[in-house]
Design a protein around this ligand. Structure first.
Ligand code: AMP
Ligand code: ZN
Length: 466
């Protein structure tokens, strides 16, 4: 398997630190708003990377944080007159809902920055002891020039960086020893959340959280560290400096970065105001379409969002789900596998091989999807009315397996109609009246599986969609 490594600017063969295992960390969102579809790109892309590793038999330990303490969260909390923890908790919940609707699996662990402050204080302490950090008036800075390999990820030269920084004075940080130094810990300001630390009552800088959470949940060395390409500098460069200075070992072996999701060829971002939230898109499309759209481009290519491309993704997805449904229906056909069908199955395996070849080449999902379309076309032409159930079913399994790697759900969601729900509730009431509680519970569970939640209130039974 080949992975493009930002560190070496080359595609490299993947060799895990520990055989059969992948330790992977993906920088997650800052939670002060609903996520936009630019934020969704790394979620979908790296979830697909994880799924492919699992398909290949690896055990993946996948960690992705939520940044739940940050200037923007505090600002939002102050505007609303609530606690910043309340704002963060609200948007973490919403983000998890969006992830589920995009079929992005929960990480093995989703650490929260605010729950890892002790670890951050400990790492900062070690960095000070080792001479890589210093305190000035309650603020702790990283002594960038002491980390000799600084710039190795972003391929920046320290002197070029220095001249870039000269004109860029950050107010309140004039006390730094060097313009390149960055904040590890800062004292609280009025109205901000804070934690006690040896240097001041305050809060951590942004970069330290990922170094600490990655170490805690994955160990000092990891296989893959990932995120959007805007994180290469300074965030990931600073993470490397902190982790390697503290642990004395290479931090991550492979650094993967997705390109931007653009709109009118400009990066979609909250600060530019040119964004759609995942929730906006959910009003018009099933979020499977969004997922399929994202994977229709290679993750390192910029992707321009447009209604045309979304509609093309919708049609493409429908071709796949329609074919999958037809294969499933034909799977109940009678008859044995014929010699011709046997040959066709062998031929169909070529599309699976093509799919794998694309994924092995730095997760080229665009080419992998082309292979899926070829399989669909092959299935549509070879599964005739006379096809045997065994043949149709074998193709159905093949298609399903590829869709599972992409995280595409092939079963068309059938929404329950209100009438159907009411009828089942009435049946449940009747069962309860007859003291058949097992049946009543079974009906409740059946509805729950279909996303309908029942609540028994004094006024009777009410229901809502999950
Ligand atoms: P943030 O909340 O801004 O820290 O972003 C969370 C993740 O989304 C990071 O990995 C970012 O690099 C990524 N991201 C933000 N905007 C975009 C975009 N327009 N396209 C692709 N990735 C993005
Ligand atoms: Zn990070």
């Amino acid at each position: 398997m080949k992975i493009y490594n930002t560190l070496t600017k080359r595609k490299e063969t993947f060799v895990p630190l520990e055989e059969g295992k992948v330790r992977m960390y993906v920088c997650g969102p800052t939670v002060y708003n609903l996520i936009h579809i630019g934020n969704a790109r790394p979620m979908i892309v790296f979830d697909t990377v994880r799924r492919y590793f699992e398909y290949k038999g690896y055990e993946v330990n996948y960690v992705s944080n939520f940044t739940d303490v940050d200037d923007k969260i505090i600002k939002k909390a102050n505007e609303e007159g609530v606690d910043s923890a309340e704002v963060a908790a609200r948007y973490i919940k919403e983000c998890k809902k969006d992830m589920a609707d995009m079929n992005v699996r929960p990480a093995t662990k989703h650490p929260l920055a605010t729950e890892e402050i002790d670890g951050m204080i400990e790492m900062i302490h070690t960095l000070i002891e080792k001479g890589y950090a210093y305190e000035k008036n309650g603020t702790v800075y990283f002594r960038t020039r002491n980390f000799k390999e600084y710039g190795k990820l972003s391929h920046k030269n320290l002197d070029d960086l220095q001249s870039g920084f000269r004109n860029l004075k950050v107010s309140g940080e004039e006390e730094k020893e060097d313009a390149l130094d960055f904040v590890l810990w800062k004292p609280k300001k009025e109205g901000e959340p804070f934690w006690s630390a040896p240097w001041s009552d305050g809060r951590p800088g942004w970069h330290i959280e990922c170094s600490v959470m990655s170490k805690r949940y994955l160990g000092e060395q990891i296989d893959i560290h990932a995120g959007g390409e805007d994180l290469v500098f300074p965030h990931h460069e600073n993470e490397i400096a902190q982790s390697e200075a503290c642990n004395g070992k290479e931090f991550a072996h492979y650094w993967m970065h997705n390109a931007f999701l653009n709109i009118d060829n400009k990066k979609m971002s909250k600060s530019l105001g040119n964004f759609f939230t995942v929730r906006d898109i959910a009003e018009k499309y099933d979020l499977q379409v969004l997922r399929f759209f994202m994977l229709s481009a290679h993750y390192r290519s910029p992707l321009n969002f447009s209604a045309d491309l979304m509609n093309a993704a919708k049609n493409g997805l429908e071709r796949i789900t329609t074919s999958a449904a037809r294969l499933k229906a034909a799977a109940s056909n009678a008859g044995e596998l014929t010699a011709e069908e046997q040959e066709q199955l062998t031929a169909a395996k070529a599309y699976v091989a093509k799919f794998e070849e694309a994924m092995e080449d730095d997760f080229n999902t665009a080419d992998a999807i082309s292979a899926v379309f070829e399989l669909v076309k092959f299935a549509n032409t070879t599964v005739t009315d006379n096809a045997s159930g065994v043949y149709a079913s074998a193709l159905a399994v093949m298609l399903q397996q590829l869709c599972d790697i992409l995280g595409i759900i092939t079963e068309k969601k059938e929404e329950m109609l209100d009438d159907e729900i009411e009828a089942m509730i009435a049946e449940r009431q009747a069962a309860r009246k007859a003291r058949d509680f097992a049946r009543a519970d079974a009906i409740r569970n059946e509805l729950l599986e279909k996303g309908i939640i029942l609540e028994d209130t004094r006024q009777g039974v009410t229901w809502k969609r999950a």
